[in-house]
Ligand binder design. Sequence first.
Ligand code: SF4
Length: 304
Amino acid sequence: MTAAAEVSAPVGGAGAAVGGPSEGMALRLEEVGRSASNRRFVVTLSDQGRVEAVLYRGDTLCVSTQVGCAVGCPFCASGAGGLTRPLTTDELRAQVTAVEALGVALRRVTASGVGEPLHAPDAVLAFLGWCRDRGTPASFTTSGGPLPRLVEFLRAPHNGATVSVHAGLPATRARLVPHAPALDPLFAVLADELPQLSRKRRKKVALAYLLLDGQNDSTEELDAFAARALPLGVAVHLYQHNAVAHSSLRGASRDAYERAYEHLRAAGLLVRMSSQARLEANGGCGTLVAASGRAAKRTLPQAG
Ligand code: SF4
């Protein structure tokens, strides 16, 4: 662990108080990993629950929305221990102000860390509004459910919505994103809702597909995904997986990843590959961890 920075941020206040841990503090930030593009922080909450946040490329902060997650994706470390509790709006804001207290000039924020934002709807919607009011563009990543909340979030003041799909066939979706909407109702809602958004807002919506070796990388699966995604006219983020210790699932090889990219492009989709920052340690999809207060010391990895 490289405790390069430790900052406390009171919740409810406008800013972050720099300094060590103190009584009454609602959130403590500790830097535990650093790679070429990214800095990774453990965020300790007032009840000693822990989540993580990542600063990408020096100006984009990925915050966590829940301690754990109930969706149960088998490739993801964040939900490995189930859900403990959602974060409050103050705890979401405090992640931002605590990182800013380190002297970081944030250009963007994304609610894409530990947790499912749609399972903490009031706090996350208030957080998105707060970000808008202070002029910090904010996006979120969701597995899509509950579907009425997906509609609400798509219409909310955000600067980007990424819907994690990871499958083209219903059985694969049920296996990889188990406690989230099935493909048919998910795409039905997207097909209804996206045309109602302005062209500018529609361009801020994307689908995510995390390519996993032997799980969702077959031609049949990719073709089925492309058939669903094409009519929506939105971009696809094709993510390469960073392995996590607790899961036996592995990312596809680089060759298979590039083949899948070409395959989806040939099908007519606008596909974006994982950025360098996402490929680095401290940056991959599903690698952030959470721990309840009682289990924190036992389960947090030594990142970095
Ligand atoms: S990938 Fe996202 S939705 Fe799935 S378990 Fe992890 S945090 Fe939850």
